[in-house]
Design a protein around this ligand. Structure first.
Ligand code: AHR
Length: 501
């Protein structure tokens, strides 16, 4: 049976910030990841140029920094000034030693090389409004002040001009340094936001939403936080991580259904607060941590609980190896974020290098692309412009213990000046799907296929490794043409994109 895809409503414009990344001082992300002065490819600042090239190829836009759980104990001033006098500090979140050899100046310089835009998080865990203001003044102000003189003395006369600011990180999580209840956090976030806007009214602010849809306070947290911050912020954050648990691969493959519900529920909570206030303002969503993360071992312990003894520098932490199934889930999550492009205006794949990352490195050795690299890089390159929902008729169904009867096929389309892209996923573990795509309904009747890629493998657990870094890569997808219809066969566990012009 053929699944028919045809365009339905326009969702909105895909904000380029949907293709953001996230870099945290965690494990070997910064040190021995992006920064490795002794590496043969290192530039004059110690940054690996092979990693820079891969990050550029990945196509990340905004990058959230410096955490994550790390930011809730971070003193940003430790990372400025002469490197030799920067303090070594204990990072309580990841039980590591932070050397502070990379701070705001170095990271921003790396980002300029990569071509990304900085998104900063302030510490509202162990710190307060005053320190957030200091950082904002140091980063964004042009006037002659003590902080801006110090910035200039540290080599940066002009402001960094950071647009997006996160008001803390996962403050709903009991694991977070300075964890608060929603009322406490909402009041603090409101005070911080008002003060920060007095200093720089042009910034965009993100309040912490829930660190997962499964948090016991989910929903109530969003409503309470927004009741305090509604007038002060532009975004509320969402964080979601998925993994295969207890060998239930089919359940894992439909993870994007959870993301879809998550977005709808946060939008409903935000709009409920708007309604209470009689406001037409719409709070946008910053999905600023999302990915596959093998966070829970089979015995239920969390990866974060397994941090090493002895406060090591840059230990190997959260170095997940991703397989084909993981790549298909990542591709489906991207499709889902695009389907909500009207409200999800910012998102950050968590994370970027070595730590639950699409890019891996070995000290002194190579850097390579994980399987999850490919759906991200292809969607970032081809998924721009106007987003259209696609009606999906006659799709095979899969059974989910959590979500019931679910379509095996998910899809979305984007159109920019140069052409139209259709993103497709078959999340069935066992069955192929034959698709027909109606180009006429997409306004692309006379268009020709210019490229088409599929990420799949008969071995769903195939992965790229140090020993075999190119085991999995996108393959050319065969697309047949019948008038205004494109015909595509998607094997089980596959993600694909078709580009027409
Ligand atoms: O991305 C890893 C961790 O996940 C982040 O530090 C935290 O914000 C989240 O719990």
């Amino acid at each position: 049976m053929t699944t028919r895809l045809h365009a339905s409503d326009i969702v909105g414009e895909a904000d380029p910030r949907l293709y953001g990344g996230f870099v945290e001082h965690l494990g070997r992300h910064i040190y021995d990841g992006i920064h490795e002065p002794a590496h043969p490819s290192a530039d004059e600042e110690g940054f690996r140029t092979d990693v820079i090239a891969l990050v550029q190829e990945l196509g990340v836009t905004t990058i959230r920094y410096p955490g994550g759980n790390f930011v809730s104990g971070y003193r940003w001033e430790d990372g400025i000034g002469p490197r030799e006098s920067r303090p070594r500090r204990l990072d309580l979140a990841w039980r590591s030693t932070e050397t502070n050899q990379v701070g705001l100046h170095e990271f921003s310089s790396w980002l300029e090389k990569v071509g990304g835009e900085l998104m900063l998080a302030v510490n509202l865990g162990t710190r307060d409004v005053a320190e957030a203001l200091d950082l904002l003044e140091y980063a964004n102000v042009a006037a002659d002040t003590a902080w801006t003189r110090e910035r200039a003395a540290n080599g940066r006369a002009t402001p960094f001009d950071v647009r997006m600011w996160c008001l803390g990180n996962e403050m709903d999580g009991p694991w977070q340094l300075g964890h608060r209840d929603a009322e406490d956090y909402g009041k603090l976030a409101s005070r911080a936001a008002k003060a920060m806007r007095m200093l720089d009214p042009t910034i965009e602010l993100v309040a912490c939403g829930s660190s997962g849809r499964d948090m016991p306070t989910f929903g109530a947290w969003e409503r309470e936080v927004l009741r305090h911050t509604f007038d002060d912020v532009d975004f509320i954050s969402c964080h979601a991580y998925y993994q295969e648990r207890n060998g239930q691969a089919q359940e894992f493959l439909v993870s994007a259904v959870d993301t879809d519900l998550f977005v709808r529920e946060v939008v409903a909570a935000a709009d409920e607060v708007a309604m209470e206030r009689g406001s037409d303002k719409r709070i946008m969503l910053s999905f600023d941590e999302w990915n596959v993360w093998y966070q829970f071992a089979d015995d239920g312990t969390k990866a974060g609980d397994l941090v090493p003894d002895g406060w090591p520098v840059a230990p190997r932490l959260l170095e997940d190896q991703y397989n084909v199934m993981d790549a298909v889930v990542v591709g489906d999550l991207l499709i889902t974020l695009l389907q909500h492009a009207d409200r999800v205006r910012s998102a950050s794949l968590a994370q970027l290098v070595n730590v639950i990352a699409p890019i891996m490195t070995e000290p002194g050795g190579p850097a390579w692309r994980q399987t999850t690299f490919y759906p991200f890089s292809l969607t970032s390159r081809l998924g721009r412009g106007t987003v259209r929902a696609l009606a999906i008729d006659g799709a095979p169904r899969v059974r989910s213990a959590r979500f019931g009867d679910v379509s095996a096929v998910n899809a979305v389309a984007t159109t920019d000046d140069a052409g139209t892209s259709v993103f497709l996923v078959n999340r069935s573990l066992s069955d192929a799907a034959d698709l027909s795509i109606d180009l006429h309904a997409l306004g692309a009747a006379s268009a020709a296929v210019v490229e088409a890629w599929i990420v799949t493998d008969t071995d769903h657990r195939a992965a790229n490794t140090l020993a075999d870094p190119e085991r999995v890569a996108p393959q050319a997808l065969v697309v047949a043409r019948e008038g205004d219809l494109l015909r595509v066969a998607l094997p089980p566990v596959s993600w694909a994109v078709v580009r027409v012009r």
